[in-house]
Design a protein around this ligand. Sequence first.
Ligand SMILES: Nc1ncnc2c1ncn2[C@@H]1O[C@H](COP(=O)(O)OP(=O)(O)OP(=O)(O)O)[C@@H](O)[C@H]1O
Ligand SMILES: [Mg+2]
Length: 277
Amino acid sequence: MGSFYNHAEKVPATRTLSVTSGKGGVGKTTLTVNLAFTLAEMGKKVLILDGDIGLANIDIFLGIRPNKTLEDFFAGEERLNDIIVKVNKNIHVIPSASGLTDLKSIDVYKRKMLMDEVGMLETTYDYLIVDTASGIDENVQYLNSSVQDVLVVITPEPASMADAYALIKLLHNNHKVNRFSVVANKVLSEKEAKDIYQRINRVSDRFLNVHLSYLGYVPLDPKLRQSSDQKLICKARPSAASSIALKRIAESIGSGAEVGEVKGNLQFFWNQLLSVA
Ligand SMILES: Nc1ncnc2c1ncn2[C@@H]1O[C@H](COP(=O)(O)OP(=O)(O)OP(=O)(O)O)[C@@H](O)[C@H]1O
Ligand SMILES: [Mg+2]
C-alpha cells in the first residue's frame, strides 16, 4: 500500500461499501436498508449515505422524515453531524433531498467538504453503506470509487446485465476499480442467480482485468412489491424467503470476508481518521 497509507496497522475501522447498478429499479435501496437492518441487529453500527441525489428514497423505505439533508450541508448551512438522522441506536442515515437539480454533480469542493466532516462525526461506525443512483453519472462514479467494496446488483433482465457491465467497465477504466461483488436480485432460483452471475463474470473476465465475486441472491418475492412499509422486509416479515436471503448476504458481509485495497479518497479518509480517533 506504500507510504501513502500510514495507519494500516490500525485498520479495520469503518468498512465502506456501495450498493449500485447500471439499470434502475433492480433493488439497491431494498438491499441497502435490509443489510443495514440485519447488520444493526448483529450489533454493528451502520451509517447509510443516501447517494441517490435528486431521487432520494432511503427516508421512505425507513419511514423517516429528515428536516435537513445533504443539500443543506453542501449549501454550508448545516454540519454533517446535524443532518444525520438516528433511526435507532445502530442505524444512522445521511439523508439526501429529492428533486434537486443543482446537486446533480458533487463537485471537487463538495467532495472535500464531505470528506472533512465525515472524519469529524460523533459516532464511530462499523459500516458505511452508500446507496447510489443507477447509471454512470459523475456522482455514481465518485461514490463507487470512494469505497472499499462495490456491490453491483443485477437482475435477470438483459438490460440490467448490459448496464451493469457498462458500469463495471467504466469504473475499471476510469477509476481503477478492479473488484466487485455481485448480488443477483429478483431471481426465480439460486440456479438462475448463479447463471446470471456466471454470464457477467465470463464477459468481464474476457474483456476486463477485474475480479467479480458472487455475494448472494435474493429471490423474486411478491411480498416485496407490496406497500412501502414492507420494504424493510427483514423486520416486517423475517421469515419471508427474501428476508432469509437478505440476512444471509448481510451475514457474509458481517463475517468480514475480504476488504478491498485502498483506492479511494473517502475510504482512505475513513480508515485513517476513524481508526486513530
Ligand atoms: N427480490 C425482490 N422481489 C420483488 N420485488 C422486489 C425485490 N427487490 C426489490 N423489489 C421491488 O422492486 C422495486 C425497486 O426496488 P428498489 O427501489 O430497491 O430498487 P432501486 O435499485 O433502489 O431503484 P432506483 O434505481 O429507482 O433507486 C421496489 O418496488 C421493490 O419493492
Ligand atoms: Mg434506490
